[in-house]
Design a protein around this ligand. Sequence first.
Ligand SMILES: NC(=O)c1ccc[n+]([C@@H]2O[C@H](COP(=O)([O-])OP(=O)(O)OC[C@H]3O[C@@H](n4cnc5c(N)ncnc54)[C@H](O)[C@@H]3O)[C@@H](O)[C@H]2O)c1
Length: 449
Amino acid sequence: MERREFIKQGAITASGLAILPIDSLFAANKNKVRLGYIGVGERGRNHIAEGLLRDDVEIVAVCDIQELSLKYCRELISKSGKKLPQEYTGGLDVYKKLLDRKDIDAVIIATPWQFHHPQAIDAMNAGKYVGCEVIAGLSVEDHWDIVHTSEKTGIPYMTLENVCYRRDVLAVLNMTRQGLLGELIHLEGGYQHNLRNVLFNDGKNVYGQGVEFGPNALSEAQWRTQFNVDRNADVYPTHGAGPVMQYIDINRGNRFTNLVSFSSKSKGLNTYVEGLAPGNKNAKIDYKNGDVITTMINCANGETVLLLHDTHLPRPYSLGFRVQGTKGLWMDVANSVYIEHLSQKDDEWDPAENWLKKYDHPLWKKYEDKAEGAGHGGMDWFVFNAFVEAVKQKKQTPIDVYDSVTMSVITPLSEKSIKEGNTPQSFPDFTKGKWQNRKNTFALDNSGF
Ligand SMILES: NC(=O)c1ccc[n+]([C@@H]2O[C@H](COP(=O)([O-])OP(=O)(O)OC[C@H]3O[C@@H](n4cnc5c(N)ncnc54)[C@H](O)[C@@H]3O)[C@@H](O)[C@H]2O)c1
């Protein structure tokens, strides 16, 4: 869809507010996307590295409040031989100066979670496409703000949910679309990753054996751990929810209707710190966030979804996907597939590999060479490519504003459910009924993203 049409459609569906003409957007070279980056810490620099690999991306400006992050960013760009971007630094609001520039088409936001909402709102109001790292806001109201601003301005907002592009995740999407698993019934996913050395990092080495968090720590330990102190919720739902939403057409013929969350007790972070530094003050904190948060979601079409957040205990990494239908299922923990009458033996698992290879998604077949070596097994290339292509082709982003807020609002909803003694919480219908007629086009778009 041409941007003009997209905006027209946005205007029809928006709440009667005028659409602002965005003069600066796409004023220059139509084959190049001019990017501004807000936050060039660990993740922002991953996206910088993706940008440096492409001839159709110009990194015009970067903003960060810490010299160390800017220094690493400068080094990365210098090594590539590309022109150093203009830097903006000096305070929490300095990103607004970057947004004032007329020569930026889109921004990548990779700051701590609490800044995503205001920065994205300001970016959309300034007419820049927004590619924002996971988590759209902290409260339900924040999520509505994002929707209303995108509708009002006609500017697309995309959560950069890379797991939607994971190779096995896309292969199974391909299988489900070809009916291999039958009608889908139940799905699981989550963020199950031992993050203890990320949450406590004394800054001596990137992922050290530290026990510190807060201003004197490094990277995510500076800010992320505080969420585990303050919130009892699934604080990171999108890696599980994003892919699950694609399998069952959420916001596109289906929708999440309500959820219930449970929290286990919280022992993992105390035990970890006590083990490394007996008696340390951080071993005595009352971390509100339970070690394992379990969320069950109902869907309008009758499927159930189970999401887990499990980052405080020793465990190997696994997002724990399970996609189950009337004919069979895929489970990523067991790395196995079973399809009735097609698997090698009745009631016995096939190694998933055989199936995933056979049903490798066309996007992966097409772009395997380019994605090779990119972060998180290649999926980072795909999510960045999808955003850049949408901006370049003046199209809607494949993960749009409604998808973005739906996967992220699980955090405040799960928090309320737990606080109220595991009460069901209704999902807001951010599409205001449009979910019934929208079609799932994710990874189907013939433009190739
Ligand atoms: N999708 C993924 O796989 C993935 C992986 C890692 C991180 N993330 C997400 O990326 C985001 C950033 O995480 P990270 O690991 O890079 O954290 P980080 O702490 O390494 O980097 C954050 C950067 O933002 C800067 N910053 C803070 N406030 C700012 C402000 N107001 N204006 C400008 N810059 C500001 C900090 O100085 C820092 O350099 C988070 O939302 C995180 O959840 C996603």
